[in-house]
Design a protein around this ligand. Sequence first.
Ligand SMILES: [Cu+2]
Length: 198
Amino acid sequence: MTPRAHVVGRLVALLAPALGALPALAQTGSITGKVEATPAKYLAETVVYVKHAPGTFPPKTESMDQRALTFIPHVLVITKGDTVRFLNHDTVAHNVYSPDGEAYNLGTFKPNEERTHKFEKEGAYSQLCSIHPEMLGYIYVNQNPYAAAVDAKGRYTIKNVPPGSYQLVVWNPKLKAPEKPITVTAGKAAEANFAIKR
Ligand SMILES: [Cu+2]
């Protein structure tokens, strides 16, 4: 190999991972928008999700913490097959249970202990603590990872969605709106807004 060919070869070897990564970035799109809730006090408990997407999704582990007698985040969005680590960063013991879906009761555990649960069934789980009846959070288990909870202003963004046509659904424990068809194009943000009410 000539010295020059050697340098070119090394450059190609260095750049190849970057070149490979560039097209991958543009292979997916996103879905974004805003949800308006009536009454507005229920807005925080809202999830927007793609109803069905083909493929299998590698399981992940997510966390739900307990601090100041509050489940954090208030709404955790996961994919079927994911595991949730329930943490306790309070100075008191907590119990973690849900009567919904496959139902679970992880018992009572002390500060700095954790318990885990693997979610095998899709749907919404109200997340409760038998010791503190005022504690309420939600875990939304979707068929696919293309789902997001809204922020304080009702905005949501679902990233890395493969191009295609889907049904987009809004979930809230008390309010509803019809689902919408949505088409995702690579490198672009598709927009969908919802107005949820009783
Ligand atoms: Cu508790």
